[in-house]
Design a protein around this ligand. Structure first.
Ligand SMILES: NC(=O)c1ccc[n+]([C@@H]2O[C@H](COP(=O)([O-])OP(=O)(O)OC[C@H]3O[C@@H](n4cnc5c(N)ncnc54)[C@H](OP(=O)(O)O)[C@@H]3O)[C@@H](O)[C@H]2O)c1
Length: 285
């Protein structure tokens, strides 16, 4: 495996990993794409695809042999999510990775309201204790995710109150990650908080999506009981129900509300907002 490129990226079968890999490949970088289903990885020039799953430590250790810089895209809502990530961090340290870059969540903390932000924080802590150099990018909620919130009847349902969201576009996250990966040493030991240009309330999110789509989209503030009842039909396990509901209760607390200049700091370009992402005219044209 040591003849494969020393810059490795996970998650390239998903949105942010793929966008980041494409951005780096456009600049001519040779990449090692780590995928648990290699056939689903993008075909990029100078990219080698290697099979690796977070929870398979031996396989990950082999896949990471000879890697110097690693982008670890956080995994998804699966059983064993945190344990798999901790195994992967340990495998990276075992393999001699020098610098690890991780996509975390705005508001990551041991006692975060948003339960998934606790998983991100525990992963951050393992990374900081690993001995590898590190850079952490704490992403606000993705604008692309906000655009998917309306149900078929146009309602966005959740106990988010009048909290605001400084959501960031996935494309800006990818451009920020690419900037870090081009010169990781310049970003060692840094935590960046990636947000969009403004903090929108859920009413404003609904209004922006209505204008973009011509649909009647509206935000309906739920009580906690209503939030649980409206999600019961999905039949998800309790940890996932908690993740879904606390996304909104964290919004209500303002945990995603802080707007930062970190995307522009890293990329040299102001981040796009929800209107621009959804194709509406803006001052940038
Ligand atoms: N801030 C937000 O609003 C928000 C919203 C949703 C998610 N997130 C987080 O941000 C991450 C990146 O977003 P995204 O849009 O790029 O997500 P995505 O499209 O779902 O991609 C996630 C990537 O992670 C890989 N992955 C997941 N579990 C893995 C495992 N155990 N071992 C190896 N690879 C694994 C997936 O591989 P497969 O293709 O094999 O599944 C996929 O390539 C998400 O995974 C999640 O942690 C944030």
């Amino acid at each position: 495996m040591t003849d494969a490129p020393p810059l490795a990226i996970t998650g390239a079968t998903g949105a942010i990993g793929r966008l980041t890999a494409e951005e780096l490949a456009r600049g001519g970088a040779a990449l090692r794409l780590l995928a648990r289903t290699p056939s689903r990885a993008p075909h990029l020039p100078s990219a080698v695809v290697v099979e690796a799953s977070y929870g398979d430590r031996q396989q990950a250790r082999r896949a990471l042999d000879g890697v110097t810089t690693l982008l670890m895209i956080s995994g998804g809502e699966e059983e064993g999510w945190l344990e798999g990530q901790l195994d992967f961090v340990a495998a990276a340290a075992d393999a001699g990775v020098r610098h690890i870059v991780y996509t975390s969540s705005q508001g990551a903390a041991a006692d975060a309201e948003f339960t998934y932000a606790r998983i991100h924080f525990a992963t951050e802590e393992a990374i900081r204790a690993s001995g590898m150099a590190w850079t952490i990018l704490r992403d606000s909620l993705y604008l692309d995710f906000l655009a998917l919130l309306p149900r078929a009847d146009g309602a966005i349902l959740g106990p988010g109150g009048d909290g605001r969201i400084a959501g960031v576009a996935k494309v800006d996250v990818a451009r920020s990650l690419a900037a870090v990966l081009r010169d990781p040493a310049a970003h060692a030991g840094r935590v960046y908080e990636l947000t969009g240009p403004e903090a929108l309330s859920l009413d404003e999110v609904a209004a922006t999506l209505s204008a973009a789509t011509g649909r009647d989209i509206r935000y309906v503030d739920e009580t906690l009981e209503e939030a649980r009842a409206s999600r019961e039909p999905y039949g998800v396990p309790e940890w996932r129900m908690q993740g879904w509901i606390t996304t909104y209760t964290a919004i209500a607390r303002g945990d995603f509300a802080r707007v930062t200049g970190d995307v522009e700091l890293l990329t040299g370009r102001a981040p796009i907002g929800l209107a621009e992402l959804t194709g509406q005219p803006t001052s940038r044209g």
